[in-house]
Design a protein around this ligand. Structure first.
Ligand code: KMH
Ligand code: ZN
Length: 294
């Protein structure tokens, strides 16, 4: 079985320090936690950017500070998020792709809705719809293609796999494709059960690779199942604030350490960043400013 690629999603765009004070928001803390995660065995970091008030931003300048800081101290593969957040336009959300030409970037290949309901007080805590038309999706796909960035294709329901096949047919995505199953978001069909993950993993084009993301309490059951099925995994505070039931995570590295322990127990060696590049067919890229410095 292929070595296990551990991706860690450090920050996300949903929560802030009010949800967990250890969630890194500013570049310095994101870089520091990325270094710790590399030491704990992560091969890829999934990066969101925040402005100085901690609000999600798609500013390529902030992504550049974070990417350069991580590239200067580690060999981690950097996956930049094009997911943005509410009120960030499509054009802004993908602006960092031509600007920084990352090796990997998230591609939410459809319209998604995420929300959190407060059952106690009967109100929505968050209610965010990312609505994207086919021409929006084609723009994202072609922008990545031109930048030499491999899309990490986020799948929130099985129908989205058909979108990936369609874009591969029109030449906007090239094979082998890398998929990311997002399991456990109420508004999407990917109910986090072994049966659903098995179904998704068996419905990919030949030669594809995939990772699984479990939201909240679903994170480690889905990660363990993903390891057993030969997939790759994503952990970290973007998707889950607790390292175990009722215990707030103190750092993102804790998630990587726990994942590494599980992988060792089931005999699945973990991949280094360069082995992850091999597996995913990435060409090690220098972030623009590193090229400037050459
Ligand atoms: N928030 C995750 C469920 C992205 O950043 O573009 C999916 C994600 C998408 O990480
Ligand atoms: Zn993300």
């Amino acid at each position: 079985m292929e070595k296990l690629i551990i991706t860690v999603a450090l920050t996300g765009a949903q929560h802030g320090k009010e949800a967990n004070p250890n969630l890194p928001e500013q570049p310095e803390e994101i870089i520091r936690q990325a270094i710790e995660c590399r030491e704990a065995g992560a091969a890829i970091v999934h990066i969101h950017a925040r402005d100085r008030e901690g609000k999600p931003t798609a500013d390529p300048g902030v992504f550049k500070v974070i990417s350069d800081g991580i590239m200067a101290k580690t060999d981690l593969v950097i996956c930049l998020s094009t997911g943005g957040a509410a009120k960030i336009s499509l054009k802004e959300r993908i602006g960092m792709i031509p600007a920084l030409k990352p090796e990997l970037a998230s591609f939410n290949i459809g319209t998604t809705m995420t929300g959190r309901y407060d059952f106690e007080n009967g109100k929505w805590l968050s209610d965010f719809t990312l609505s994207q038309s086919y021409s929006d999706l084609e723009l994202i796909a072609r922008t990545m293609l031109e930048a030499g960035t491999k899309p990490e294709i986020e799948i929130y329901d099985p129908g989205m796999i058909n979108n990936a096949l369609l874009f591969e047919k029109i030449g906007a995505i090239v094979k082998p494709m890398h998929f990311s199953f997002v399991m456990g978001i109420p508004g999407q069909i990917n109910t986090p059960t072994p049966k659903h993950l098995l179904y998704l993993s068996e419905n990919l084009p030949e030669g594809s690779t995939w990772q699984v993301i479990g939201i909240g309490i679903h994170q480690f059951p889905m990660v363990t199942m993903g390891m057993l099925l030969g997939g790759h995994v994503r952990v970290g505070m973007e998707d889950n604030l607790y390292i175990s039931r009722g215990v707030m995570a103190e750092s993102n590295a804790q998630f990587v350490e726990k994942t590494d322990r599980i992988a060792r127990e089931i005999g699945r060696p973990i991949a280094t960043p360069d082995e992850a590049r091999e597996i995913l067919g990435l060409k090690k890229k220098l972030i623009l400013t590193q090229v400037d410095r050459l």
